[in-house]
Design a protein around this ligand. Structure first.
Ligand SMILES: NC(=O)c1ccc[n+]([C@@H]2O[C@H](COP(=O)([O-])OP(=O)(O)OC[C@H]3O[C@@H](n4cnc5c(N)ncnc54)[C@H](OP(=O)(O)O)[C@@H]3O)[C@@H](O)[C@H]2O)c1
Ligand SMILES: [Zn+2]
Length: 380
């Protein structure tokens, strides 16, 4: 079935609805649904939080009897299995929709395509692939986790004009202006976790919370106390890689709302007790190089914990290692028009890089001005 311009317009609307769940659907995907009959929208819905109703259920509820004979535009293939809620395909069949268009199939290889098959078997016209690239981008973390078991990893770096991220003393706040920092809070808010290294925590004692105002939600969790509109339960988890559990129980990030995870070596379990007592979750991992936490194992753990998107906010040591291990999908680099001098620290600690042919190359995806700074988005 070829898609029409009208189809594209309604699917774009479903994707825009899905985007409203940007900061709250973790660990579920962001999904939107629009029901259209005789060219008019008769129902809309979007998934807001895990355990809450799915987009299709809300759209069907919104449409009532008008759903009969309607076309459903969904940004993700409707589910066909019992999760925390009954399967959406059953609801669509029962409501008597005549056509279902999904932007993409379910990225979970175990169920991919099954929802559309059930709908087709119920004599509903089905099609997949409209605005697929946009739908995949919206759920890049969920898609990657379903395909590989690992989260989508974005590393945020703030640097001066001369490529320095901190002074030789370790002082680094603030290189960029308030607009760029606000943009980072937006990235934090959409992430399931913020990953940092013990070096950054010891140098800066950061809060690592998302402080970003978002439109009001009906999510019951949001009604409680929150930091600038983000409930404690919606704060991204803070994750510190700290091989020898050097983190102090009095570190500010442990006391912040939401979870704090400390990833250290199996051999150092005893050192971790004081952090567990302070409320941190301890995860013991094998050693990789240099008796440090194996970062591949760390990312696998974050995938098992159902983290879709992870933002790295660390120093040159952890960033260098993540780059070398190929564990970062995207770098968001803020370039501030200031000079920190040649004694400052760089972006990536890569002591073994000697020949030009060993260099790491990235592709520039986007460049724009954010306040007084420039933001670059780069990928592998
Ligand atoms: N401009 C920016 O965007 C920005 C952002 C964040 C931080 N910073 C600055 O960066 C500086 C801190 O940088 P840093 O390089 O010292 O610290 P870091 O990269 O944040 O943390 C490095 C530490 O992580 C631990 N780690 C555990 N497993 C690791 C592994 N497999 N590979 C690498 N590290 C591992 C290591 O300590 P153990 O061996 O003890 O585990 C290591 O020393 C501070 O001055 C901070 O202000 C700047
Ligand atoms: Zn569903």
């Amino acid at each position: 079935m070829p898609f029409t311009a009208e189809d594209a317009q309604f699917m774009a609307q479903a994707i825009r609805l899905a985007e409203r769940g940007m900061n709250s659907t973790h660990p579920n995907p962001r999904v939107g649904c629009v029901l259209v009959r005789d060219g008019a929208v008769v129902g809309e819905g979007w998934h807001e939080w895990a355990g809450g109703p799915h987009a299709e259920v809300l759209a069907l509820r919104d449409a009532g009897d008008a759903a009969r004979g309607a076309t459903a535009y969904v940004s993700l293939e409707p589910c066909s299995h019992y999760g925390r809620t009954p399967p959406c395909v059953d609801g669509l069949v029962a409501a008597g929709v005549s056509r279902v268009i999904a932007a993409m199939t379910d990225p979970n290889p175990l169920v991919s395509g099954k929802g559309m098959e059930i709908l087709a078997a119920a004599d509903i016209e089905t099609a997949v692939g409209l605005l697929e690239a946009e739908a995949k981008a919206l759920n890049r973390g969920f898609c990657k986790r379903m395909a590989t078991g690992m989260p989508w990893v974005t590393s945020k770096l703030a640097m001066s004009l001369d490529g320095r991220t901190a002074l030789a003393s370790g002082e680094s706040r603030w290189i960029t202006g308030p607009e760029a920092r606000h943009d980072v809070h937006r990235l934090r808010a959409r992430s399931s976790a913020i990953l940092t290294g013990i070096g950054t925590v010891l140098a800066d004692d950061p809060f690592l919370t998302a402080r970003y105002s978002q439109p009001p939600l009906t999510d019951p969790l949001q009604k409680g106390e929150g930091i600038q509109g983000i409930a404690a339960e919606r704060q991204p988890a803070r994750v510190v890689v700290d091989s020898h559990f050097r983190l102090q129980p009095t570190a500010k990030l442990i006391a912040q709302p939401g979870r704090t995870l400390v990833l250290g070596l199996q051999t150092e379990a005893r050192e971790a007790e004081k952090l567990r007592d302070a409320g941190a979750e301890i995860h013991l991992l094998p050693a990789g190089l240099d008796e440090r936490v194996d970062l591949n194992a760390a990312m696998e753990l974050l995938g098992q914990l159902e983290f879709n998107e992870v933002i790295v906010e660390a120093g040159a040591t952890l960033n260098g290692e993540l780059l070398r291990d190929g564990l970062v999908d995207e770098w968001v680099v803020y370039l501030a028009p200031c000079v920190l001098g040649d004694r400052g620290r760089g972006l990536f600690h890569l002591p073994d890089l000697e020949r030009m042919s060993d260099r790491y190359e990235m592709n520039l995806k986007d460049v724009r001005r954010v306040g007084k700074d420039v933001r670059m988005i780069l990928c592998k």
